[in-house]
Ligand binder design. Structure first.
Ligand code: PLP
Length: 431
């Protein structure tokens, strides 16, 4: 499959080029040249297929022939090494738990898939690729874990000192091997700006192949469509009018679900659930897209003022506002609403949600008010212990640490402190 840049100022790229570059040279996001629906029989008989078979059929058109069928099956098997449970909350609402992977957030799926694609493309290459990534929390851990030990790939993660949770910091700083953590004296935006500057710095790009590992990268974005299909498989025989409610930040996850819809998955509608950062909610009301600086919230992985994947969503619906509106609704909620939802889920349904999942639950409830015939599935995007402080404060119950966390919590942190762009540059040129 070839990919074009949404800015349309550069030639098309192969899957391999799109993965290695991350973002096109005209700063546009890559988008597949065509999306071919799967046959109706695929969806009618989807319960006969295993998750790895579903994933293979769904993604092969985007990846072949640059990765062979055999290699793709291998990559999928390694990526999907954990469960994707769908839990019933009540008759109208279920939740898709995406936190059973190694770093306990949904980003594990995309990070593991992308790491293996990049490792594959780079196996005969003498030049190493450096993945440079800024994180406010979950991305760094998923990328570090996904790329650990991948030959020919070095990973450099920038995180803001003192601004990520203890568990998140351990996930970034205790792995070693080809993973380096840089602890930046600053906030997330400082990390992000340093990374952006590095991608444009010819002193660096002449000497090394730099790439990104956030949802801009097609190999991280597209595999996120898998678990929408797995959920459909679990529910389609017993539920009608399935609607996905996705707690959204950069809108990569929801946009992957929309690709599953383009493949023919009979899903009725999508709901983007947002916190105080709600440029898309406003857009759907006013048709005026107005990016804003971010506001800090307790669902901090969704604190995004200008979601990068929104351009892809526009493209999916042919830049037609009415088509978009008939497929997407969006609501936003305050931290206070979010805490009340966490409490309601716990008291009424005995379900412990993290703040992001709780925003998703609220989105489902809101949608059902005007669409009572829907069955809403909200995505629980991270394990509640990743946000231990808020969760324990709200539900007033101590949480048991899962084994993935117990295994790292006592390991020693190794990070290099930096305070300026020049220190980042020196570090990269020295390695
Ligand atoms: C990254 C993240 C999100 C937002 O996902 P997008 O694809 O950026 O919309 C939501 N919840 C959690 C826990 C995350 O880590």
């Amino acid at each position: 499959m070839n990919y074009y840049s949404l800015n349309r100022k550069v030639p098309i790229a192969s899957f391999k080029e799109a993965v290695i570059k991350g973002l096109a040279a005209d700063r546009g996001l890559y988008f597949p040249e065509s999306i071919k629906s799967l046959p109706n029989s695929f969806f009618e008989n989807i319960d006969q297929l295993s998750n790895t078979e579903i994933a293979f059929e769904a993604i092969k058109q985007f990846v072949l022939p640059e990765i062979s069928e055999l290699e793709l099956k291998h990559i999928i098997n390694e990526t999907l090494s954990f469960e994707f449970p769908v839990i019933k909350i009540n008759d109208k609402i279920s939740t898709l738990e995406l936190f059973h992977g190694p770093t306990m957030a949904f980003k594990d799926v995309g990070a593991r898939f992308m790491a293996r694609c990049l490792g594959h493309f780079n196996q005969d290459n003498t030049e190493e690729v450096t993945v440079l990534v800024a994180t406010s929390g979950d991305t760094g851990g998923a990328v570090a874990n996904g790329f650990l030990g991948v030959k020919g790939v070095n990973v450099v993660i920038l995180y803001p000192s003192g601004k990520v949770s203890d568990i998140q910091e351990k996930q970034l700083t205790t792995l070693g091997q080809n993973i380096t953590a840089l602890e930046v004296d600053g906030v997330f935006d400082d990390c992000q700006n340093m990374v952006k500057r590095a991608f444009l710095d010819e002193d660096l790009t002449d000497k090394m192949q730099l790439t990104s590992a956030n949802s801009i990268n097609v190999a991280r974005w597209l595999p996120q469509l898998f678990y929408f299909l797995f959920t459909y498989k679990k529910l389609y025989k017993t539920h009608q009018n399935i609607v996905f409610t996705v707690p959204s930040g950069n809108f990569g996850n929801i946009c992957a679900g929309m690709i599953a819809q383009q493949l023919g998955m009979p899903v009725k509608h999508f709901v983007a659930a947002n916190n105080a950062n709600h440029v898309v909610t406003d857009y759907l009301q006013t048709q005026d897209y107005n990016p804003k600086p971010t506001t800090a919230t307790i669902s901090n992985a969704m604190d995004v003022g200008n979601p990068s994947n929104f351009a892809r969503i526009q493209e999916i619906y042919n830049n037609n506002f009415n088509t978009l509106k008939s497929n997407l609704s969006s609501y936003h909620f305050s931290d206070e609403d979010t805490k009340n939802a966490m409490l309601e889920l716990f008291n009424k349904y005995n379900y412990v949600a993290d703040p992001h999942g709780a925003v998703g639950y609220l989105g489902s409830k809101e949608f059902l008010k005007t669409n009572p015939d829907a069955h809403c599935v909200f995505l629980e995007t991270a394990h509640p212990v990743k946000f231990l402080d808020v969760v324990e404060e709200v539900i007033k119950e101590k949480q048991e640490l899962p084994k993935q966390i117990k295994a790292i919590i006592h390991k020693e942190k190794v990070a290099t402190k930096i305070a300026s762009y020049n220190e980042l540059k020196d570090f990269l040129l020295g390695t």
